[in-house]
Design a protein around this ligand. Sequence first.
Ligand SMILES: [Zn+2]
Ligand SMILES: [Zn+2]
Length: 378
Amino acid sequence: MIIPLHGENRQTNMEEISLNLHIHTRYSDGSGTHEEIARAASEAGLDVIITTDHNVLVDGKEGYYTFDGRRVLLLVGEEVHFQARHPQKNHLLVFGTNREMATYAPDVQNLVNQVKSAGGSSFIAHPVDPALPMFGEGDISWEAWSVNGYTGIELWNGFSELKSVVHSRLDALWYAFSPHYMAHGPLPQTLKIWDNLLAAGSKVVAVGGSDAHALHKSMGPIHKTIFPYKFHFSAVNNHLILPNPLRGDLAYDRGAILTALARGNNFVGYDLPASTRGFRFSAHNLHGNAIMGDEITLEDGVTLQIKLPENGEIRLLCNGDVVREWQNTTNGALITTQPGVYRVEAYTQFLGKRRGWIFSNPIYVRDNKTRRRPNDYK
Ligand SMILES: [Zn+2]
Ligand SMILES: [Zn+2]
């Protein structure tokens, strides 16, 4: 008897929600209150936001916020790092633990283990994060690569990318006033690290993070809020695919969202050039369907299907190598007989440049012999 793998019984009419994460409030070095940030998210049309202040799990702020009849769900995680460490490295985004994790910061492996045993998930924040000396910003990349057991990485971090494109004070001024020109895609080094981890057999979930602070900066007579929250919320978002619609019930919805995020049932979408809502990447064999984050067995062949919400460039990758490209289209499909880790990138033209638009989580196509039993997923 063939026992379906986790994910092979996926329905096709699933629910998509938009989620922005890695947001700082006044509880650390952001400029906004939870209420102000929730309002900005509502105005940007988001469904869910997750705030992550430095080394503090803020109490009493989770819940639905309603503005002009539109509700947005605010969840609270934290960004944990060892503050006594110099130079500053190894920032970890932590979700769903229900208790403070900052006390475990000095030992990164122990921190990851504690998050797991508290039922939470952990994501390496800004894995590659260049220095910006002219503004006193150091390199705060991840260095603890020997650590294992984390859920995933922040593939596309808005602030790291800013640091990578600013080479002078004039650049900084330009992007402060024209933030929509900034984003081009995840840093190539981060993509490479992710592909290497995936090819080595790890399940590593990708998320997009804003690292939103909405800092008030002054340069001479010019005073400016750098990257307001609402700007971030219209830019790099996560699009989660859920088996059922949200109910408006905090406990249920929180569980469904954090579970889908930890499984990688999401794609990272840069929504500024064009909405990425409606993107789909799925796999099909004789026994059922799988979506991003799922595993599927090869059987006699697996059909991979890609759908863009509007015309763009599609790249299908297996174990980090491009196996197929499509130009100026909304659809791609490929029948594969090769096991491997398959993921999709889509690009679009925006403000005169080719820019990263969609980065999917992988579908893990397993060899028939190495398939796991359903109990392995409990
Ligand atoms: Zn950080
Ligand atoms: Zn941060």
